[in-house]
Design a protein around this ligand. Structure first.
Ligand code: SAH
Length: 288
């Protein structure tokens, strides 16, 4: 199976230890629960300092705008070896070879985002509880979802389901224009505090129902949804730019869900492709 990238296609290697391969089904943990997911394929884009495109696309045409933004991307040496090991595991077990995303995963300290009682497990390739019945997603899933978005430095990206803030911090490695919405106020407040404490200066957090998106900041080049609705929320489709991409788990609670890659082509037509079976926490709705 393969996914055509914006610029490149890569193949995902076979499943290895740590995930169970049963009858062609790759079992992996996503957000919160065990899940079965079919073997899947991330896509790859080139890496550069603060940029994937460095102002030019692979067809030689300059990308617009051609000015690379500068923004703070916090770093620490703490637990660096554990991060390296986690990333090598993602590369080897799943065959994810998007070097820019692997670099981002090496750079973002996951232990900053997990509750203190989970800190020892911060670099396990597994989801972890963050309170309020929610979880920080499995690192492989974060890497995979980031990879398929093929982000560029001037992109505007919307995340639904801030949770711990970890996925937003990984997105912040690619672009300063990260917008994230969380429905559970104490989780949103904790993530805001984490961003403030460690110096994530440009990530914008909204407390509310992400089903409706963030119309004031739309349209977005990319949307990543880390909780599962029954159906793709129409406002999110509307708020996706022409040429934009959304990655979203879709399906009912307690059932296997499909991770769907949505693309809005140059004519504004929506194309959807199921890329993996997953299990995420449900998208909750705010009562009107
Ligand atoms: N991206 C997170 C994973 C969080 S799990 C991380 O990196 O840690 C999914 C999150 O989605 C939970 O925090 C949950 O509260 C939130 N959520 C559920 N329904 C939502 C909705 N309608 N709008 C915004 N957030 C929602």
């Amino acid at each position: 199976m393969r996914i055509m990238g914006k610029r490149q296609t890569i193949w995902l290697g076979a499943a290895a230890s740590g995930v169970g391969l049963t009858g062609g089904v790759l079992v992996c943990l996503c957000a919160c629960l065990c899940s079965s997911c079919r073997q899947s394929l991330p896509e790859s884009v080139g890496g550069a300092e603060n940029s994937r495109s460095a102002g030019a696309q692979s067809d030689g045409k300059p990308s617009e705008p051609n000015v690379l933004p500068r923004w703070n991307r916090p770093r620490t040496e703490e637990r660096q070896r554990e991060r390296l090991r986690m990333v090598e595991r993602i590369r080897q077990e799943y065959g994810l070879q998007d070097e820019a995303v692997l670099e981002a995963m090496r750079n973002v300290p996951r232990h900053w985002f997990v509750p203190p009682d989970q800190s020892a497990y911060a670099y396990y390739d597994s989801p972890l509880p963050i309170g309020y019945g929610q979880t920080i997603s499995q690192p492989f899933i974060v890497a995979y979802m980031t990879s398929v978005l093929a982000l560029e430095p001037n992109d505007r990206v919307l995340e639904i389901g801030t949770g711990s803030g970890y996925q937003a911090a990984v997105l912040n490695e690619f672009t300063p224009n990260v917008f994230t919405i969380e429905i559970i106020r104490p989780l949103a407040e904790r993530a805001i505090e984490t961003f403030r404490r460690y110096g994530y200066e440009t990530i914008r957090v909204r407390i509310g129902d992400g089903y409706k998106g963030w119309p004031e900041e739309a349209p977005f080049d990319a949307i990543v949804v880390t909780c599962a609705p029954d159906k793709i929320p129409p406002p999110l489709l509307e708020q996706l730019k022409v040429g934009g991409r959304m990655i979203i788990p879709v399906g009912s609670e307690g059932r296997l869900q499909e991770l769907v890659l949505v693309e809005k082509d140059s004519k504004g037509q929506i194309r959807k492709r199921s890329v993996m079976d997953v299990r995420f926490v449900p998208l909750l709705r705010q009562k009107e």
